[in-house]
Ligand binder design. Structure first.
Ligand SMILES: C[S@@+](CC[C@H](N)C(=O)[O-])C[C@H]1O[C@@H](n2cnc3c(N)ncnc32)[C@H](O)[C@@H]1O
Ligand code: SF4
Length: 458
């Protein structure tokens, strides 16, 4: 993508609340109509062919609560007892899943997220990994990734993950400024991160990602540039530069943040723009609004050759039709059905104890959902729509089907987000940055005036 001249005016114009489209329909539109029985049926159908799958394993535990955090987490320091018991639950879940699988599927992607996956001890991880390999044939050429917390991960763990096949790693950095770190209850030094980063490099992880957040309490452009400068001195392959999702109505720990200490929306945009320019000047390329990668990173190559894919974890390189989520609150997508496990740990546990797959809710895609999913997905990943391909796939003319959306499409064209060619809609460089705004117009469930609250794009 060419590096578009972004101005405050442009950002203000497109900076509205909206979904991130890691799924369509988005999670608020799922219901309890999808039950354990629906999940069982989908699992059984899934093994009728030889296609590969993806796996996500959620480890919800952290030692300490970061006040900004919007993830599904539980705080405890009892690694041994809590970790042992959680691994037991995951194994129980795998046992119940296995009862519905008639063959061992190849997993091309396997991601451990959280919370903090390195909360599990090496022995616990070993028990889980070995059990996972009994159910699935995890491809060592695939993307095998893990999120780690620099404050708690040990070099021994980093070595162990690499040894068993993990090839991608992501570290939560957020900000290196001491005042910001104190305000978010997350103190971690640059020297600690540098040491772990160098260990990961020496272990030849294929890709190392850093998570940063702008918009945190006490951040200023100057302090955050200092953080970005420190990050660039290490040159991680990828950087996720997240906008602070401030949703105190959903996450009570965020009520501990004094809103008066947050940068104003204007300052927040300034911080984002300055960081983006700094990253561009330091060999990073923009993938999407909040993702950057070195030119040498496979994600940038996939982006350039329009071979990027997307799932609940964000952008990925391998595409699989079916996706299994394990653990409390995890999401799966199988046979055109979204399934989510119970978010409440007690309910998740009691379901498993009663030999029931712990499904809380989901969504079976209707024909219209499938069509719009395809369009949104094509825009989010490939940044264009081929209307001939659309017609061949769905046996209906694109312009006929999206008559109601004509005004939105026209507006996107006039404002320079989309280029309409004979049979294609191509996103411009500006459109790539504000891809979510293009997608919102194709989302049959989205209404900017609805009660549903989302975080801002920037
Ligand atoms: C599961 S955590 C990463 C692993 C580990 N728990 C850690 O914090 O180092 C996932 C990432 O989500 C991002 N995140 C969490 N809460 C957020 C929020 N409210 N707004 C934006 N990003 C957030 C952070 O950048 C965090 O690193
Ligand atoms: S940011 Fe990471 S370590 Fe902090 S509470 Fe959230 S998941 Fe846990």
């Amino acid at each position: 993508m060419h590096q578009v001249e972004l101005t405050k005016e442009l950002i203000n114009k497109y900076n509205i609340q909206g979904p991130r489209y890691t799924s369509y329909p988005t999670a608020p539109h799922w219901s309890s109509d999808v039950s354990s029985e629906s999940y069982q049926e989908a699992l059984q159908k899934m093994t009728s062919d030889d296609s590969s799958i993806s796996l996500y394993i959620h480890i919800p535990y952290c030692e300490q609560l970061c006040t900004f955090c919007a993830c599904n987490v539980k705080i405890t320091q009892r690694h041994q007892s809590v970790g042992d018991s959680y691994v037991d639950l995951l194994i129980k879940e795998l046992d119940l899943i296995d009862q519905n699988l008639s063959k061992k599927k190849v997993a091309l992607q396997c991601h451990f997220g959280g919370g903090t996956p390195n909360f599990l001890t090496i022995e616990q991880m070993e028990r889980l990994w070995n059990r996972l390999k009994e159910s699935f044939d995890i491809s060592l050429d695939g993307e095998i990734s893990i999120e780690v917390d620099p404050r708690t991960v040990t070099k021994e763990q980093l070595r162990y993950y690499r040894e068993i096949g993990f090839n991608r790693i992501s570290m939560g950095i957020q900000d290196f400024d001491t005042d910001v770190q104190k305000a978010i209850n997350r103190v971690q030094s640059f020297s600690l991160v540098k040491d772990l980063f160098e260990t990961c490099r020496a272990l030849s992880y294929v890709s190392i990602n850093f998570d940063l957040i702008y918009g945190l309490p006490f951040q200023t452009k100057e302090t955050f540039m200092n953080t970005v400068d420190h990050v660039c001195s290490l040159s991680p392959d990828r950087i996720a530069l997240y906008s602070f999702a401030y949703v105190p109505w959903l996450k009570k720990q965020q009520k501990l943040i004094d809103p008066k200490t947050l940068p104003s929306p204007e300052e927040k945009i300034d911080i984002f723009l300055a960081s983006r320019d700094f990253l561009f000047d330091h060999h990073y390329k923009g993938i999407a609004m909040d993702h950057f990668a070195l030119e040498t990173d496979e994600m940038f190559k996939a982006f350039e050759s329009q071979k990027l894919y997307r799932n609940f974890m964000g952008y990925t390189l391998k595409h699989t039709q079916d996706f299994i989520g394990l653990g409390v609150s995890s999401i799966g997508f199988l046979q055109n059905t979204f399934v989510q496990n119970h978010k409440n740990l007690k309910t998740y546990r009691s379901n498993l104890e009663e030999n029931i797959l712990p499904t809380e809710r989901g969504k079976i895609l209707t024909k219209d959902d499938k069509i719009r999913f395809w369009v949104i997905y094509s825009f989010m990943c490939h940044f264009f729509i081929d209307t001939i391909e659309f017609k061949n796939k769905f046996k209906v003319d694109f312009n006929e089907y999206f008559k109601k959306e004509e005004k939105h499409i026209q507006k996107c064209v006039e404002e320079g987000l989309l280029i309409k060619d004979k049979d294609t809609f191509l996103t411009t460089d500006l459109g790539k940055l504000f891809i979510r705004n293009i997608c919102m117009g194709f989302d049959a469930y989205f209404s900017p005036s609805s009660e549903q609250k989302f975080s801002q794009t920037v």
